[in-house]
Design a protein around this ligand. Structure first.
Ligand code: SAM
Ligand code: SF4
Length: 318
């Protein structure tokens, strides 16, 4: 599916739940989170039908996210259903990794190709504080299990927060020296909880290059990747910089998103949402709606102008 700017939209990110087993301070409030009622959340059959129509229109890559995708019961079944569509060449997941120790092997067997794991600090107390109660050991065990199961190449996502983990930049980069993992630094985005944070917490990814001047630029394997990649001389893994604020990558964007209630979001940073659930039983209408929405995908976001997105990250799916 091509949009009117000539971008080939072949990547769908599906948020399978708004629930999460952690409460990262930049993503969710401590309490009082209003949960989406269960009956409003798409069933696996509904997701599967939408994926089938999208696959017919040229979507080849699916990422499952949330909330935390591994808290949705029987997520392995959804992976199997998606795997049954031959047009879908790659199925990935973004997870905090806490449940991966138990689930990595069955996810791999169901057809999941690889995982991106969010890990913002390697300090146990810092992890506990930022996630409001999380246990770093579980996340690390999840990363190890994902490696054993072959959910590789593993990408570690680190949201850079000034005064919290900027002192760990060198350590995270150091992980890529001996291990075949990619560490990707993501600029903090002013969405949801973060919209009210002090500007002092925001740093650009330039900081990574300042702290580790020896990083050498390398070509991304996937040209539509939002990350620019670097490598330590002789390093086994890569270092990615994802800079939605300081360096927009909208012209390369190939993705659309679907929330757990079945709203299609043509752009993460736009408040435009198209309800797909009422169309699940009308494939022709669903197809026409998808084509039209993709064609009209916004050209770019306007976060740098102070544009605020009303839906929080854990509801959209990061
Ligand atoms: N629970 C899973 C996880 O944490 O990986 C998947 C959902 S989470 C919303 C997806 C990604 O969004 C995570 O890497 C998280 O760090 C990132 N994220 C959440 N809020 C963010 C923000 N305000 N700015 C930048 N990244 C954010
Ligand atoms: Fe949960 Fe992921 Fe949000 Fe953290 S970033 S609260 S793990 S959804």
């Amino acid at each position: 599916m091509f949009d009117r700017y000539g971008r080939n939209i072949n990547y769908l990110r599906i948020s399978v739940t708004d629930r999460c087993n952690l409460r990262c301070k930049y993503c969710m409030p401590a309490d009082g989170v209003e949960k989406i009622p269960c009956e409003d959340i798409l069933s696996y059959e509904e997701i599967d039908r939408i994926v089938g129509v999208m696959a017919g229109l040229g979507v080849t890559k699916i990422r499952l996210t949330g909330g935390e995708p591994l808290v949705r019961p029987d997520i392995v079944t959804l992976v199997k259903k998606i795997r049954a569509h031959p047009q879908i060449k790659e199925i990935t997941m973004t997870t905090n990794g806490v449940y991966l120790e138990e689930m990595a092997q069955s996810l791999k067997e169901a057809g999941l190709d690889r995982v991106n794991i969010s890990l913002d600090t390697m300090k146990p107390e810092g992890y506990h504080a930022m996630t409001r109660g999380g246990d770093l050991k579980k996340a690390l065990a999840g990363i190890a299990a994902a490696k054993r199961a072959g959910l590789t190449p593993i990408k570690i996502n680190v949201v850079l927060i000034n005064g919290f983990n900027d002192d760990e930049i060198e350590d995270f980069v150091g992980m890529t020296r001996d291990e075949a993992v990619d560490v990707r630094f993501i600029e903090l985005m002013p969405i949801g909880e973060v919209a009210t944070w002090s500007k002092s917490h925001f740093i650009t990814n330039e900081e990574v290059l300042k702290r580790v001047p020896g990083l050498l630029p390398v070509k991304a394997e996937d040209p539509s990747s939002p990350a620019t990649y670097y490598q330590l001389p002789g390093g086994r893994g890569k270092v990615g910089l994802i800079s939605p604020i300081s360096c927009k990558f909208c012209s390369l964007c190939n993705r659309i998103r679907m929330t757990s209630e079945g709203y299609l979001k043509p752009c993460l940073h736009s408040n435009e949402e198209i309800p797909l659930r009422p169309l699940v039983d009308s494939p022709d209408l669903l197809e026409a709606t998808l084509r039209r929405t993709v064609f009209n995908k916004p050209q770019e976001h306007h976060l740098e102008e102070g544009n605020i997105i009303s839906r929080e990250m854990f509801k959209i799916g990061g």
